[in-house]
Each structure stands twice: as structure tokens, then as C-alpha cells.
Write a protein that binds this ligand. Structure first.
Ligand code: HEC
Length: 144
């Protein structure tokens, strides 16, 4: 009897430990200089997360493409200056890659993100999947 109770206790501890581990938010990796031997391999085939930094000309081209995408697909609601609120949408300058992906592709938000607006006016644009990196580069560029 006593053994059975101990076993049940051990099992429940194991399960709750496993659950806590599974729920633990993934820590975002600390930025590691690409030259460091500790630099991690690229997370995805994305120029912004590869270990090799983009050449200035490549980054400039990406920002340019993002600006064109923004002006054709976002400006109508978010306005010309991403740092200011637009007619419908809030300011989006500095948006993270995760936020853009969640919002543009899946009509959602990253876990734990507090949206700037509680409305649901922005519809998903899955056709922009290949433009997320460019939009991210544009919305996070030092000079707009
Ligand atoms: C039809 C108008 C409309 C268009 C077009 C639109 N948005 Fe939005 N967007 C909104 C509105 C309104 C919100 C606030 C939440 C909602 O109502 O969906 C929003 C929210 C967002 C957010 C989340 C802001 C936050 O921090 O809470 C991001 C990021 C964003 N938009 C980026 C974009 C980008 C990038 C584009 C272009 C590819 C775009 N939006 C196109 C209207 C629009």
C-alpha cells in the first residue's frame, strides 16, 4: 500500500515536472556574433537570421522591397509613416518578425503579445509569406 502511494506521488511529480518543462517559454537565443565559434547555425533560410550578416547592399535591397510592399499593401490602413498610427491600423514601426508573421499570415498574435488594438479589422494576407523578411527589414530599418 505504502509503495503504491509513493509510486503515485513519484509519478505525479514526474508528470507535473514534464508539464512545467513543456510549458516553459523558449528563451530567445542571445545574440552571438557571427564570427564567434559559438554562433548557432541559421534557424531558417532567412537572410535576417542566417549567421552571415547581410552585406549593406543586400540589406538595402531588402529594405527597399519592404518599403514597396508596405506602400502597396499596408499604407491604406497604417499610413505613410509606420511610426505614426494610420487611418485604421496602429503604428507598426519596430514590429518583430514573430508579430508580422502571426498578424499577416495567421491573423493572430505571438503568445503573450498584448495587441495595440482589440479590433479584428486586418485580414490575413498569406500571399505575402515571401515578403515578411522584407517588411521586417523595412519596419526595423534605422532610416525610413
Ligand atoms: C484593412 C486595413 C489594414 C491593412 C491593409 C493592413 N493592416 Fe495591419 N492592422 C490593421 C488594424 C485595424 C490593426 C489592429 C488590429 C485589427 O483590427 O486587426 C492592425 C494591426 C497590425 C499589426 C499589429 C500591431 C500591434 O502591435 O498590435 C501589425 C504588425 C500590422 N497590422 C502590420 C501590417 C502590415 C505589415 C500590413 C501590410 C502587409 C498591414 N498591417 C495591412 C489594419 C490593416
Amino acid at each position: 500500500m505504502r509503495n503504491a502511494a509513493l509510486f503515485a506521488l513519484a509519478a505525479s511529480l514526474l508528470i507535473s515536472g514534464a508539464l512545467a518543462w513543456a510549458k516553459k517559454p523558449k528563451a530567445s537565443p542571445a545574440p552571438t556574433p557571427a564570427s564567434s565559434p559559438l554562433a548557432k547555425p541559421p534557424l531558417a533560410a532567412d537572410p535576417l537570421v542566417t549567421a552571415t550578416p547581410l552585406a549593406p547592399a543586400e540589406l538595402e535591397a531588402l529594405v527597399k522591397r519592404g518599403r514597396v510592399l508596405y506602400q502597396t499593401r499596408c499604407v491604406v490602413c497604417h499610413g505613410h509613416d509606420p511610426k505614426e498610427p494610420g487611418t485604421l491600423g496602429p503604428e507598426v514601426h519596430g514590429a518583430s518578425r514573430e508579430l508580422l508573421e502571426a498578424r499577416i499570415l495567421h491573423e493572430s498574435y505571438p503568445p503573450g503579445y498584448v495587441p495595440k488594438r482589440s479590433t479584428r479589422a486586418m485580414k490575413p494576407m498569406p500571399e505575402l509569406a515571401s515578403g515578411i523578411a522584407a517588411l521586417h527589414a523595412y519596419l526595423n530599418a534605422r532610416e525610413d
